[in-house]
Ligand binder design. Structure first.
Ligand SMILES: [Mg+2]
Length: 364
């Protein structure tokens, strides 16, 4: 099926400045919304869903750390779509047939170009949205997954300890907080947060620590009720990660070191957990396969995100029942999410839409 490709770049303000150890950009999130329309429908001014079936919505949030940016994504999308179109879409709408097709598309995109997980994710998510709509199922049900999810945590960027503590007090209804560290005053920040928040704290250094610093902080983190330590050291430093994991009663979770399913085998015996993100691995189908493989290898599972709108978060939430820890708060970090349809319940669990597909739409 040929599709028309509509790409909408968005530059969205953050609710609070959002700084992490390896990035200076902290005021805007830059993301791309992609809509794929069956081409015959696109030619008609009515653009109805009849005949060629439904359109699909996807998102690409490029992170320069992983080699993507606001130039590479729009440049690669037409080629990735052409690759996807070259894989015949099944006429039948049984979930197994649709998922097998979506996996073939994913394999073909990976053969076309390495990396570029966010650009691939945009196509992958849009085709999953369309496939689930064709099957008449919400996306999690296309995968045969339950609608009940663990609650999401809420992430606070690096700032002065008192500022982070004030934001922690505002977010105290979340059952866990993720605190970005790797700044100049990590311990003071965590002490200040602990003074106003009693739940579990997850820390993420985004590669910003030195080994001795990490080892020195571990007993303090245990004392402060920290639940896990994410990516303390640079991506390639697997020996350092293993060294700290051997000294830490807290699980070390690989994020920057765990980009795609290909990275998992090398992390066995190195870290206790991995953080899977659709924008790293190439979409919701790739994330589903990576999560299942990581579970089979014995990892604890974290499902994370970039600072996406509800489009990317809804796609992530569809597979969130597979994980131990959920960090799907990108849309909550935005001052105004342009998409609607995904709601948090009182326990901070995403309530998955009952409508077929992703179940999100542009806010009117
Ligand atoms: Mg991280």
């Amino acid at each position: 099926m040929p599709f028309s490709l509509a790409v909408t770049p968005l530059r969205l303000a953050f609710r609070d400045p959002f700084r992490i150890a390896r990035s200076l950009e902290d005021r805007f999130a830059e993301t791309f919304i992609v809509e794929l329309r069956p081409q015959a429908a696109a030619r008609s001014s009515a653009a109805s869903d009849a005949g060629d079936g439904p359109s699909g919505l996807g998102e690409a949030f490029p992170d320069p750390y992983f080699g993507e940016n606001t130039v590479t994504v729009p440049a690669l999308l037409p080629g990735l779509l052409a690759v996807a179109e070259s894989v015949d879409e099944p006429r039948e709408t049984a979930p197994e047939a649709l998922l097998a097709w979506l996996e073939r598309v994913s394999v073909a995109m990976d053969a076309h170009i390495g990396g570029h997980g966010a650009a691939k994710a945009a196509i992958d998510i849009a085709l999953h949205d369309r496939a689930a709509k064709r099957a008449g199922l919400p996306l999690h049900a296309l995968f045969g997954l339950p609608a009940e999810l663990p609650p999401t945590d809420f992430t606070l960027g690096i700032d002065a300890p008192a500022v982070v503590a004030e934001r922690a007090a505002r977010a105290a209804h979340f059952p866990a907080l993720k605190i970005k560290v790797g700044g100049p005053s990590d311990l003071e920040t965590l002490e200040a947060v602990r003074a106003v928040y009693s739940g579990p704290i997850r820390v993420d250094a985004n590669t910003g620590w030195q080994p001795e610093e990490g080892a020195r902080l571990v007993p303090e983190l245990v004392r402060l009720g920290v639940e896990l330590i994410e990516q303390p050291f640079p991506r390639q430093q697997l020996a350092q990660l293993r060294w700290l994991q051997e000294r830490s009663p807290l699980p070390i979770v690989a994020d920057e070191s765990a980009i795609t399913i290909e990275d998992l085998d090398g992390l066995v015996g190195v870290v206790a957990g991995v953080n899977v993100k659709l924008m790293k691995c190439g979409g919701v189908g790739a994330a589903y396969r990576m999560l299942r493989r990581a579970r089979a290898l014995g990892f604890k599972l974290f499902l994370g995100c970039m600072e996406e709108t509800s489009v990317g978060i809804a796609a992530s939430a569809a597979v969130a029942s597979l994980v131990d820890w959920v960090d799907l708060d990108g849309n909550l970090l935005l001052a105004a999410d342009p998409y609607t349809g995904l709601e948090l319940d009182d326990a901070c669990r995403w309530r998955l839409p009952a409508a077929p597909g992703l179940g999100v739409s542009r806010r009117s």
